[in-house]
Design a protein around this ligand. Structure first.
Ligand SMILES: [Cu+2]
Length: 135
């Protein structure tokens, strides 16, 4: 009897995690351009999940006037946590503007998780992931 309850609780925990784990709504792989561009909209990035080759540059282009940030954290994808010294952290606004203004970033590791720090944007789904592969 106790074993059955344990199995049921384990299954319940598993399905709860599945429901709340955020999955990429849009994905893209860019390996044939010097710089890959992620579009910034209100409350989402596009693509949310981008795969690039190592040392490839990445920029974010605003498609809206509103202010948003690109602020990295430790993940996983969808996490709104803050870390003390994010690898990437900038504020942008204005249709057609490209950030960071000092040029494309190149992720240091195999994954770069990021989100918007403005208001409840992250909790409303404004987060992204960059996956780096060896080309
Ligand atoms: Cu935002």
């Amino acid at each position: 009897m106790e074993k059955k309850i344990l199995v049921l609780l384990t299954m319940l925990a598993f399905f709860t995690l599945q429901v709340f784990a955020k999955t990429c709504k849009s994905s893209a792989t860019v390996t044939d351009k010097p710089t890959a561009t992620i579009s910034v909209f209100n409350n989402f990035y596009s693509p949310e999940c981008l795969t690039v080759t190592r040392n490839q540059g990445i920029v974010w282009e605003w498609q809206v006037d509103n202010t948003h940030t690109v602020t990295s954290n430790d993940g996983p994808f969808g996490s709104c946590n803050n870390v003390p010294n994010p690898e990437v952290n900038f504020v942008g606004s204005g249709v057609g503007n490209v950030f960071p203004t000092d040029g494309p970033i190149t992720p240091k590791g195999d994954n770069l998780f990021y989100k918007c720090n403005v208001g409840s944007h992250c909790r409303n789904g404004m987060s992204g992931q960059i996956t780096v592969i060896d080309g």
